[in-house]
Design a protein around this ligand. Structure first.
Ligand code: TEU
Length: 569
């Protein structure tokens, strides 16, 4: 089977600010990451994706870049990146860097030039527009379109000096680049080639499907998946990495992308991306008001969405698989048990149903330990620009404080950003200084030191899931059939390797796997296909009583709370 390497890989995401601090300033850094690479290696991950480490005013924690070809001193230096690459490569691992090119920082020299004068050669590198007809700059309703920024407020910022507005789909300190201008696209491709020459193995493209947009009258504008999106991506791919002998890995982050969009982005014949991050399954606990309009997780809807992506990209394209990243709450708090006794079991069950799907799994730092959301008690403790802005606006609209706090305690992006929990010491082994965001008090029990080497740990379960993907071709290549789609508590599916599509797997390789998990606090009896009753159990996670006495009168089809099993035929 000559699958590209990224199809058999597992990616581990590092948010460098929160991973490991080597110099005691309270902020994680690249030397800290290098010191901890053996943790990721021990887990079995093949690839490390590092969130932005470039020079940045940090208005959005580095997703506002002021220089694409350097490292922010808070994170280290270019020499540290070179060392990171060498240390990863010496372990047989690879590095993916984060490319944020829908926007730059307003402090990037390109934007500084662009805003300096309406006739500056870089004026057209960004989206500048005069006030709407009959309005004065900055007056209510003067914005050129009705777009609202992802972080709240109008997506247009008035610039008094030149009398025009500029577009920012995110923070005002993140002006959008104008990809209609070929010089912008050439500059981006040039920068990617520079990083490839330095030795990186791939790119994660931030909100890349927003780069083609159409400014139109109110209610008709297009800010995502615009008319030239595939043209832009194909051009970038061809000019930046099309000539590479060893394929790199490319992941396009695509909010609002549908399966149909993803088929286009990830069809190898089209020369775009290897995979995209889709957001549909992130919406199953969002109400009509967005992510802070919280609804209980609807497991049936979650399964329907994931199955749709599995089948939608079965024949063409490829899936990314993720529960978490630096923008999402912790999966065990979001989809897992409310009962702390089941935290570990629910982390294992969630990992199982994700990792046995077809696609490339992404593990976000701390997920492999079952790290949880942080219990915020005051809004002032929040750092994330999105949750700060949302909570301020919600209070202004009259939402009671308790309700605002409850919402951020479910959804704030800061839950994923509290420091990595290495050990039980005062700052969890993350820093000797004062951490930039508080350490979760539960680090005294939930930490890497307590789990690495413990065969019952969440960490050990992730190790087994990753090893299974490396060892069993069926996990990579098998097809997917959802079972019990309407069951409100059980997540079950089959993976099958059709005999024809499998020459290299060998005749004794397993051709069918059954994955089944109880995602609830109560034991449940389900009707599973009878031919599986006496099949081999490859992996089983369950509360202690089953683990110690697996056959203790358990009827076939009974699943204990949060029990997950993988069977092999
Ligand atoms: O996120 C894009 C995005 O649309 C969401 O994940 C975002 O977090 C939004 O707030 C959802 O409510 C990417 C980055 O991952 C994120 O950290 C950046 O803030 C954003 O782009 C802007 O660069």
């Amino acid at each position: 089977m000559s699958e590209p390497w990224w199809k058999t890989s597992v990616v581990y995401q590092v948010y460098p600010r929160s991973f490991a601090d080597s110099n005691g300033d309270g902020v994680g850094d690249l030397p800290g990451l290098i010191d901890r690479l053996d943790h990721i290696y021990a887990l079995g991950a093949d690839v490390v994706w590092v969130s932005p480490f470039y020079p940045s005013p940090q208005a959005d924690n580095g997703y506002d870049i002021s220089d694409y070809r350097d490292v922010d001193p808070i994170f280290g230096s270019l020499a540290d990146v070179d060392r990171l690459i060498a240390e990863l490569h010496s372990r047989g691992m690879k590095l993916v860097i984060d490319i944020v090119v829908n926007h730059t920082s307003d402090e990037h020299p390109w934007f500084v030039e662009s805003r300096s004068d309406t006739t500056n050669p870089k004026r057209d590198w960004y989206w500048w527009r005069p006030p709407r007809d009959g309005h004065t700059l900055g007056a209510p309703g003067g914005e050129p379109t009705d777009w609202i920024a992802f972080f709240g407020g109008p997506a247009w910022e008035p610039d008094v000096a030149t009398g025009e507005y500029y577009l920012h789909l995110f923070d005002p300190k993140q002006p959008d680049l104008n990809w209609e201008n070929p010089a912008v696209r050439a500059a981006v491709a040039d920068m990617l080639r520079w990083w490839l020459a330095r030795g990186v193995d791939g790119f994660r493209f931030d909100v890349i499907n927003l780069v083609s947009k159409e400014l139109r009258p109110d209610g008709t504008g297009v800010y995502a998946n615009g008319p030239r999106i595939h043209e832009f991506v194909q051009e970038l791919a061809a000019s930046a990495w099309g000539d590479r002998e060893v394929p790199i890995i490319t992941v396009g982050e695509c909010p609002a992308a549908t399966v149909a969009d993803a088929q286009l982005f990830t069809d190898p014949a089209r020369g775009e991306f290897d995979m995209v991050f889709q957001f549909e399954h992130m919406g199953v606990d969002h109400g009509p008001g967005g992510r802070y309009d919280i609804r209980p997780v609807d497991l049936v809807a979650l399964k329907r969405v994931l199955a749709h992506w599995q089948t939608g990209l079965a024949d063409v394209g490829w899936n990314s698989l993720y529960w978490c990243n630096h923008d999402q709450p912790r999966p065990v708090s979001r989809y897992g048990s409310r009962n702390p006794a089941y935290r570990s079991a629910s982390a294992k069950a969630l990992a199982t149903v994700l990792h046995l799907q077809r696609g490339t799994p992404f593990v976000y730092q701390g997920e492999e330990l079952g790290m949880t959301n942080y219990p915020f008690t005051e809004l002032a403790a929040l750092d994330d620009v999105e949750s700060r802005n949302w909570s301020r606006e919600a209070l202004e609209r009259g939402m009671p404080f308790e309700q605002v706090l409850a919402a951020v305690n479910v959804q704030s992006r800061d839950h994923a950003r509290t420091p990595m929990q290495w050990d039980a010491s005062p700052h969890a082994g993350f820093t000797t200084g004062t951490p930039w965001l508080p350490v979760n008090p539960n680090h005294v029990t939930i930490n890497a030191a307590a789990q690495v080497g413990d065969p019952d740990s969440v960490f050990a379960h992730y190790q087994r899931l990753i090893r299974l993907r490396h060892d069993e071709p069926i996990v990579v290549a098998g097809d997917f059939t959802m079972l019990l789609p309407e069951h409100p508590q059980v997540f079950a599916y089959l993976r099958r390797l059709p005999a024809t599509a499998d020459s290299a797997a060998g005749s004794d390789a397993p051709r069918e796997l059954l994955v089944v998990a109880n995602l609830g606090d109560d034991a449940v009896d389900v009707e599973l296909p009878p031919e599986w009753e006496h099949s081999e159990i490859v992996l089983r996670s369950a509360p202690d009583e089953v683990a110690s006495n697996p056959e203790a009168g358990m009827p076939w089809g009974r699943l204990l709370p949060w029990e997950a099993r993988i069977h092999r035929l």
